[in-house]
Design a protein around this ligand. Structure first.
Ligand SMILES: Cc1cc2nc3c(=O)[nH]c(=O)nc-3n(C[C@H](O)[C@H](O)[C@H](O)COP(=O)(O)OP(=O)(O)OC[C@H]3O[C@@H](n4cnc5c(N)ncnc54)[C@H](O)[C@@H]3O)c2cc1C
Length: 285
């Protein structure tokens, strides 16, 4: 299949990209980043934008910057860039652990982290990371800038609170202190496929007990989110196999999993339980 006809725009800076979004807002205008989701959708005519705004020439968006305990990843940072990036604290190691689970090398070489966040696939590893770490998404329009907390970003499957005239310019993540424990586990039918379910857990251990526990689940519901019921099980407790099994069960009980032609909701619930338990064990090692 070939895409429907469209006009391609190549802005020379972010301000011009934002102006183009406003100008063509009524003609299903889309940002083109890595093209790894948008181009197949256009080829299948699931998306028929009249105007594409190609941001690949905007070098200002290809940066990772770090200051004041935060890491900002620009909209043109590709999945694979994380492998060689020097990112402070435990956050860098966490991102490097998550990244290879996304698709395959050629897709990771073109696709962008912010493109994943804008596309908002329920199984996206970066969407799960953003939700678990309480990322802040940075939006820009012709009239100003807006910061959106990850919990307000996802509004459903493939749906976000980004407005039609807004560009996602980057995402801000916290610098997790050195020594922060994390574990990531996902299950997909084949390596490189989207996950049927994924779990990301993060915690610190102070004086032998768990503090600052975060448990995020992706792929099970229509968007990734932290599961407070599982986190509450961990808080202030000593790590143990029995505790981790209880946290997994609490997460599973709190979910309202999706069901589709190939995967029953009950299966996703069971997966979430096992993946959380496994990710917690990995983190505690
Ligand atoms: C075979 C295959 C397997 C894959 N497996 C996985 C996987 O396991 N896990 C996973 O997470 N992803 C997977 N992907 C998707 C991949 O990670 C994409 O790179 C990602 O979803 C989109 O990033 P992109 O830069 O290519 O965005 P694009 O395809 O360019 O854009 C995607 C959407 O986001 C919008 N957009 C992009 N950037 C911005 C921005 N800065 N501001 C506003 N809107 C924006 C576009 O307009 C479009 O609607 C897979 C893709 C393929 C083809």
């Amino acid at each position: 299949m070939k895409p429907a006809p469209f006009t391609l725009h190549r802005p020379s800076d972010v301000a011009e990209a934002a102006q183009l979004l406003t100008r063509f807002a009524d003609d299903e205008v889309r940002i083109l980043a890595g093209g790894q989701s948008l181009v197949p959708m256009m080829a299948f005519r699931l998306a028929r934008p009249g105007h594409l705004i190609d941001i690949n020439g905007l070098g200002e968006l290809a940066q990772i910057t770090q200051s004041d305990g935060a890491i900002e990843i620009g909209a043109l940072v590709r999945h694979n860039d994380i492998a060689s990036a020097e990112i402070e604290g435990a956050t860098g190691a966490l991102l490097k652990k998550v990244m290879p689970n996304i698709a395959h090398h050629p897709i990771r070489a073109r696709g962008t982290i912010c493109g994943s966040l804008a596309h908002a696939d329920p199984s996206s590893e970066w969407c799960l990371s953003a939700a678990t770490l309480d990322a802040v998404l940075l939006a820009r329009s012709a009239t100003g800038k807006r910061e959106i907390a990850a919990r307000d970003w996802f509004t459903g499957a493939m749906s976000t609170s980004l407005q039609a005239d807004e560009l996602l310019t980057g995402v801000r993540l916290p610098v997790l202190p050195e020594g922060t424990r994390f574990g990531f586990q996902e299950f997909s039918r084949r390596k490189g496929d989207f996950a049927i379910c994924a779990a990301l857990v993060v915690f610190e251990i102070h004086y032998g007990v768990i503090e600052e526990a975060r448990i995020g689940i992706g792929g099970a519901e229509d968007h990734p989110r932290r599961i407070a019921e599982g986190e509450a099980v961990l808080k202030g407790q000593r790590p143990s196999a029995e505790l981790f099994a209880r946290a997994g069960a609490a997460v599973a009980a709190a979910l309202d999993p999706m069901e589709d032609h190939s995967t029953k909701a009950a299966y996703r619930r069971d997966l979430a339980c096992d993946l959380v338990e496994g990710a917690l064990q990995e983190a505690a090692r």
